[in-house]
Design a protein around this ligand. Sequence first.
Ligand SMILES: [Zn+2]
Length: 192
Amino acid sequence: MKLFLIPYIIVILLAIIITVEYFYESGYSMISNNSSNYYYVKAYDYQWPVIGYNTITSEFGNRQAPTKGSSTYHTGIDIAAPSGANIVSSIKGYISFVGFSGAGGHTIKVKKDNIEVIYCHVDSAYYPFLGKYVDQGEVIGRVGPKNIYDVTNNPYKDSKGNPTNGATTGSHLHFSIKINNSFVNPLNIMND
Ligand SMILES: [Zn+2]
């Protein structure tokens, strides 16, 4: 090995170390949804979706199904919020889906690159336009009522037999984040 290369190698190694330090110190956090996949996500890339409502009634992950038809593996968090509360977009992106989505009830999805943010049990009277570009923090919809009457053959019903906005026991926002098509715990990557 040629000795004159040594200073160049030292400079390159220093550059790598400084770059790695920069990423750690500039607000990037390492998150993972399983042990083999790591992504770098900036915490401040996500906006809390219902401003002023911070009570989480059901956390991400394994749980007992709170109502018939709801999942035992909870793909997001449930945030207590009354019907009519504004929902703001967590990210800058575009509306990739609006519609009734099974247990999620009336649902809005916002997409950007490999990130998809999902809002369930919303009010279908305030659906945004499909394909619309939205800013982070822009109002995209409203929390929906518990009971809905605009879905034919809706299999979800409450104890009185009235049709419900998906599998739900009351008005709330179900909020999910998918990265590279896998659900991640929103609380692990958000700065609320
Ligand atoms: Zn939920």
